[in-house]
Design a protein around this ligand. Structure first.
Ligand code: ZN
Length: 361
């Protein structure tokens, strides 16, 4: 305009998103990581809050930071970048549940009803695409769509292919969203926006169980650790080298089922538990097989039915009181391998302080 030379830049932050000339999103991922790390450090300081409260905080702060504009850059992220975002979620999930180190990410996300980053990107892209298809966005955006596809034969394809078929382009919002859209059931596409979102969540999000939030923070996390297959039971410690044996003090393999149903070291606590369960479960305790009963104690009876919430809440409280009485889910020093003793002692105490359980919710 007035002969000013505009400086050429290779990176520009626009509305909070880092755009680079090579359209590699490393800078954006680093920005998200930094932001989420800060939030995780704050979350860690309030980790004794109830699981429900932490879950909400994570949604508001961690997930919101990751989700921001992810429909723009999400479709073209590489595996490494996706893994970095998943890892941020994983660390948040561990704080929410009070899970131990080396807990499986899949188990943890399923426990919380959280979707992975890949699932989240698909869900958000489809939600946005539904708005576009139903003319709920600015009309200008419709120009980005290729012409509609007409065929005499039954096909799921809605649009013609884009003329450019380079992988780099195909991994951007429109080609990816169109592909996902074509894969959806016909009945879904015509739904009203909110109903569409609900149906999508059923496809991409694992079920969330309200009764998993029951009980005091400490006992609730011990209970969750059993479900997550990463607790202080020897069958969980042995594979990761934190116990010299997978066996219980009674000599049998210390599985979750053994601990909850069979072990004769906890007969008294179990009698009290079964006495409570006899009034709670649909049938008498003796009518269930050991495997079924152990499954109910971990996950609840018919957990998918929302009307069973109160029922499952009381079952969970009874189980948690059993866990408290047995005092078994604290780290057993006597089984610790000698050569790693000091190192793991330090780690375990940092991770989950079993000596000072907090009983407050
Ligand atoms: Zn035993």
């Amino acid at each position: 305009m007035d002969l000013t030379i505009i400086e050429r830049v290779h990176q520009h932050k626009h509305l909070g998103v880092f755009l680079t000339s090579d359209l590699n999103w490393d800078k954006q991922i680093a920005h998200i990581t930094k932001k989420v790390n800060l939030k995780l450090s704050i979350l860690w300081q309030v980790k004794e809050l109830s699981r429900h409260c932490l879950d909400v905080l994570c949604k508001l702060h961690v997930s919101a930071s990751i989700d921001y504009c992810i429909t723009v850059f999400g479709p073209c992220l590489n595996l490494m970048q996706i893994r970095k975002l998943d890892n941020l979620k994983y660390r948040a999930a561990k704080i929410v549940v009070g899970a131990q180190k080396f807990t499986s990410q899949d188990n943890l996300f399923r426990e919380l009803g959280w979707e992975t980053t890949t699932q989240r990107i698909k869900l958000l892209c489809l939600t946005q695409f539904h708005k576009i298809m139903h003319r709920q966005t600015t009309p200008l955006i419709l120009e980005c769509l290729p012409p509609l596809h007409f065929s005499r034969y039954p096909t799921r394809r809605t649009f013609e292919h884009y003329p450019c078929k380079k992988t780099f382009f195909m991994k951007s919002f429109f080609p990816m969203a169109i592909k996902l859209w074509d894969g959806l059931a016909k009945g879904l596409k015509g739904l009203e926006h909110n109903e569409f979102k609900i149906s999508l969540k059923e496809i991409y999000k694992p079920s969330k169980f309200r009764h998993y939030n029951c009980g005091s923070k400490y006992l609730n996390s011990l209970h969750a650790q059993l479900r997550l297959k990463r607790s202080f039971l020897n069958c969980h410690l042995h594979p990761i080298g934190l116990s010299i044996t997978p066996a219980c003090k009674c000599g049998k393999i210390e599985t979750v089922k053994h601990f909850l149903i069979e072990c004769n070291l906890y007969v008294q606590a179990r009698e009290q538990l079964f006495a409570k369960l006899d009034g709670l479960l649909e049938k008498r305790v003796s009518k269930y097989s050991k495997a079924n009963l152990s499954h109910i104690l971990l996950f609840g009876e018919k957990p998918h039915l929302s009307e069973k919430y109160q029922h499952n809440k009381y079952i969970f409280l009874a189980v948690q009181s059993f866990l408290c009485q047995t005092k078994r889910l604290v780290f057993d020093e006597s089984n610790k391998p000698d050569n790693q003793a000091d190192h793991h002692n330090h780690n375990q105490n940092n991770q989950n302080d079993p000596i000072n359980p907090t009983q407050n919710d």
